[in-house]
Ligand binder design. Structure first.
Ligand SMILES: [Zn+2]
Length: 291
């Protein structure tokens, strides 16, 4: 369902007035804020020889509330997922990801800043070693404990997901911030099976799962043109970032930190801080669906 009307600042303790009361400020490093992308554009866990493009619209970015531009022509985002197209949960060696049947027509998003329907391909999380970091995007330079990304592709203009990744406006990624608070019932379904995918390349089949239950009640969002935050870092992404975080229990966040970057038999390295550093905004504007 869609959020109705403007979202009032919620009465949730710790959320009145303050944009986000957690985490130290995270500044752009000098390298990434320069005209070209420096070594900080590369996460130490990434392997291979994929070159970082000399990008002009890389992600993630810091969202400065005061600099975002309210666009009254931005309609609400329409979200409708087919729970039955959920396939499996797996450890990619960098993060944990839930894959969906890419042939499932009608399961995805439309409206908002999008000109067509974008079909759900997968969702995954980024998280920190502590609750004070972990999100990729920041809001007024404050990080959240984790960030959920739902990755969609334009199946109308592209025959396959892999082609949409490299195509103009091929992808639409929605992002939800996670902050410590009350336990999240729907997330617990995933947390329960995390022990089964402790090592790199492990995977487990999942039953029907509708990821719209992981979205915040308030559907206010920011949107901007950016890139994937993992290789190939392609600049094909329309980002849609929900303003309001969801609350999850500290123990649920801790469960993600029990995963490993390592494969079976390798030295155990905890899967934490799997977020990319902030990238320069350059010549872009962030539009807001709300005032
Ligand atoms: Zn991501």
């Amino acid at each position: 369902t869609l959020g109705k009307g403007p979202c009032k600042p919620s009465g949730t303790p710790g959320y009145g007035g303050l944009p986000c009361a957690m985490g130290p400020e995270r500044q752009c490093s000098q390298q990434t804020c320069g005209q070209s992308l420096g070594s900080d554009a590369w996460h130490p866990r990434w392997t291979g020889r994929v070159s970082v493009p000399r990008g002009t619209r890389q992600s993630p970015i810091n969202i400065q509330r005061r600099d975002s531009i309210y666009d009254p022509r931005l309609p609400p985002l329409k979200v409708a997922y087919t729970a039955a197209s959920c396939q499996c949960l797996r450890n990619t060696g960098y993060l944990c990801q839930v894959d969906f049947d890419e042939a499932a027509e009608g399961s995805g998003i439309s409206g908002g800043p999008l000109e067509s329907h974008y079909r759900l391909k997968q969702f995954h999380f980024h998280w920190g070693s502590t609750d004070t970091q972990g999100s990729e995007h920041t809001v007024d330079h404050r990080a959240f404990a984790a960030e959920l990304h739902l990755v969609h592709w334009d199946a109308t203009r592209y025959p396959r997901y892999q082609e949409a990744v490299l195509g103009e406006r091929g992808l639409a990624v929605t992002a939800v911030f996670l902050k410590p608070g009350a336990p999240h019932q729907a997330l617990q379904q995933l947390v329960d099976v995390l022990p089964k995918i402790k090592h790199k390349d492990a995977q487990v089949a999942l039953g029907p799962f509708d990821p719209s239950c992981l979205l915040p009640v308030c559907r206010d969002y920011w949107t901007y043109a950016g890139s994937l935050t993992t290789p190939p870092l392609a600049e094909s992404v329309t980002w849609i970032i929900y303003q309001k975080p969801i609350e999850v229990a500290p123990s649920q966040l801790a469960a993600f930190r029990t995963l490993l970057f390592s494969a079976v038999g390798e030295e155990e390295v905890a899967m934490v801080d799997n977020f990319r550093g902030l990238q320069p905004l350059m010549n872009r504007e962030v539009r807001a669906s709300f005032q």
